[in-house]
Design a protein around this ligand. Structure first.
Ligand SMILES: [Zn+2]
Length: 261
């Protein structure tokens, strides 16, 4: 059984201010991070031309210190995918084992032209500099990281994106990352999830805004992740639970966890 803390480590302003989260997962003697956040705001502005706040190794170190954890305590880093707002700051964890899908590394090195802007050569360089198996574990397909902690390959947003299934005292949490980045992707017809509910989509799921795979592939991946979990936690929605299992919702309760909105 694990406990999960959602750490808000930065914000990127594309159309709206989008939060960037990292998830700290503790249990079974393990201290795990799911994703590592973004570069610092100045670099986001310089390289991607959009405003960014927080980010970089400093914001991540401060966020971890806020829950009494130091980067050196982390034994495992599960990277859902290699976009710059999820996989930056790898060098902050020289002693952790970083786990990533083989398909994602291939795609990060030679991205689909439409996705070039989302990858950063610094991420690839930091990843490839890890030469030992205890520094970098490359997996292919679904993988049991530890008892109660599983990776599910969920192609859609990128070819090698994976969701993380975490067993808690209250049920299984799917840390969905950008498999579906907002509650509106998971509940497109529900007014609690989105301010533009679409009744025609009440029996389906809405693919992520950015996707390398066909919509039907995205939806199949989302359905698989949802079926295997009790609640889904999307990556860029302000309304996610911050401490699980203490906070627990499938759909955001009105007004919950919405700083910045
Ligand atoms: Zn992404």
């Amino acid at each position: 059984m694990y406990r999960i803390t959602s750490l808000h480590v930065g914000t990127v302003v594309v159309e709206h201010a989008e939060p960037v989260f990292v998830w700290y997962v503790e249990g079974q003697g393990r201290k795990v991070l799911v994703d590592l956040g973004m570069p610092d705001g100045r670099m986001v502005q310089a390289r991607w031309g959009v405003p960014g706040e927080g980010g970089g190794p400093d914001a991540l170190t401060v966020a971890l210190a806020g829950i009494g954890v130091s980067p050196a305590d982390i034994d495992t880093v599960l990277l859902t995918h290699l976009h710059f707002d999820h996989a930056w700051n790898i060098d902050l964890f020289p002693r952790a084992q970083v786990v990533v899908q083989r398909e994602e590394i291939i795609h990060a090195i030679k991205p689909d032209p439409l996705q070039r802007g989302y990858f950063g050569r610094e991420v690839n360089a930091q990843l490839i500099s890890r030469r030992q198996p205890d520094e970098l574990l490359i997996v292919e397909g679904d993988w049991q990281a530890a008892p109660g902690l599983a990776l599910l390959l969920c192609p859609g947003h990128t070819p090698g994106i994976q969701g993380v299934l975490v067993e808690t005292a209250r049920g299984v949490v799917a840390l969905a990352s950008d498999v579906g980045e907002m509650y509106g992707n998971w509940f497109p017809a529900d007014p609690r999830a989105t301010d533009q509910p679409r009744r025609a989509l009440r029996d389906t799921l809405l693919p992520p805004g950015i996707h390398s795979e066909a919509p039907r592939v995205c939806v199949a991946s989302m359905a698989r992740l949802k079926e295997r979990s009790s609640i889904v936690v999307p990556a860029h929605d302000w309304r996610i639970p911050r401490r699980m299992p203490e906070e627990w919702w499938e759909l955001p309760p009105e007004g919950a966890g919405t700083p910045g909105r």
